[in-house]
Design a protein around this ligand. Structure first.
Ligand SMILES: Nc1nc2c(ncn2[C@@H]2O[C@H](COP(=O)(O)OP(=O)(O)OP(=O)(O)O)[C@@H](O)[C@H]2O)c(=O)[nH]1
Ligand SMILES: [Mg+2]
Length: 314
């Protein structure tokens, strides 16, 4: 009886978690930013209050430049209309953030076959897990997926991919540990062309953006892919961990310099109370956020929705 009750309780908890996730991927994020700004407005707005407002924006990872820009905006609005209701000020801030983020990115249509997606990023940012989530997404759309295990640096990564390939019904091309990652990608693309694969997902080893030699390796993988398919990779997605804060900007700028990025997957938003980094990246680098990771399982990946994001932040 007790076991039955516990089972029932677990199911209710799981259902609750699921509902929370589908309600908004950003449920956990930033809710206190809006509350704290409302609290500031409940008192007198003086220079100290503006300073505090700037600090609140900055702590939400919006970056120094944008935090200042937002405070200037509020200052000029209140100068023109000192009695402006708080909710109108907040809506003006939301509109400013929305204009930076732009409309939701159009879903990328798979026009080339195979459509090749290379996944890059620093160690542990969530590359392999995000790749698995993408494999699950494309498999759900009845596309044939092949994974290239081009992280030949970390032996365990092949095991990790074997598990995911099996779970998602994807094919896997792998090689010996420490073999050339470009050679694996070359073989994967050859196999994909021969076997009528729709989507190729290339996993790569984690690398620090400051290690130039390793960054050149990414450019090499790209060149070798083009020997098989001249316009591959059709997408290069940088996986960024939302919890690292402003360092994500440095990562994005450095990776973009070595291999042009077509988009960003921002992971671990389920564990972040911030997320303003999304706007800071758009503001400074104009690289679209395509997907957000909100957990560790295969279906915890969602297309980025700027409107839902801004509403959750404020
Ligand atoms: N909570 C949460 N955890 C995540 C998310 N994405 C990945 N992880 C976890 O982050 C850890 C690292 O994920 P990996 O996918 O192995 O990261 P990686 O970038 O491939 O790592 P390396 O290949 O070693 O560079 C794992 O424990 C994942 O389960 C996410 O969106 N939310
Ligand atoms: Mg990995």
């Amino acid at each position: 009886m007790l076991a039955q009750q516990i089972g029932f309780f677990d199911r209710i908890c799981a259902m609750f978690q699921f509902l929370k996730k589908i309600a908004s991927p950003f449920t956990k994020m930033g809710s206190h930013l809006g509350q704290r700004i409302r609290f500031l407005f409940s008192k007198k707005i003086d220079d100290a209050a503006y300073e505090e407002m700037e600090r609140l924006f900055y702590e939400s990872d919006l970056g120094a430049h944008l935090s200042m820009e937002l405070v200037d905006k509020v200052r000029s609005l209140l100068k023109k209309n000192p009695d402006m209701p708080t909710e109108e000020v907040l809506e003006a801030i939301r509109n400013h953030l929305r204009s930076i983020l732009g409309p939701a990115p159009q879903p990328i249509s798979i026009t080339a076959r195979p459509h090749v997606i290379m996944i890059v990023g620093v160690n542990g940012s969530g590359k392999t897990t995000s790749l698995a989530k993408l494999a699950a997404h494309y498999r759900k759309n009845n596309l044939k997926v092949l994974i290239s295990a081009s992280d030949t640096f970390r032996a365990a990564s092949v095991e990790q991919l074997e598990k995911w390939a099996k779970a998602t019904g994807s094919e896997l091309v792998k090689s010996q540990p420490h073999s050339d990652p470009s050679a694996v990608a070359f073989d994967a693309l050859a196999g994909a062309k021969a076997r009528g694969i729709d989507v190729v997902l290339i996993d790569t080893a984690g690398r620090l953006q400051t290690k130039t030699e390793l960054m050149h390796e990414l450019a090499k993988i790209r060149r070798i892919c083009q020997k098989q398919i001249p316009d591959a990779p059709h997408e290069t997605l940088l996986v960024l961990d939302a919890t690292v804060g402003q360092n994500a900007i440095d990562q994005a700028a450095a990776f973009h310099g070595f291999t042009p990025l077509t988009g960003i997957i921002l992971t671990k938003l389920d564990g972040s109370a911030k997320g303003g980094i999304i706007v800071a990246i758009q503001h400074q680098l104009h690289i679209p956020i395509r997907w957000v990771g909100v957990g560790e399982s295969a279906d915890d990946l969602q297309p980025f929705d700027p409107r839902a994001f801004v509403d959750a932040l404020l």
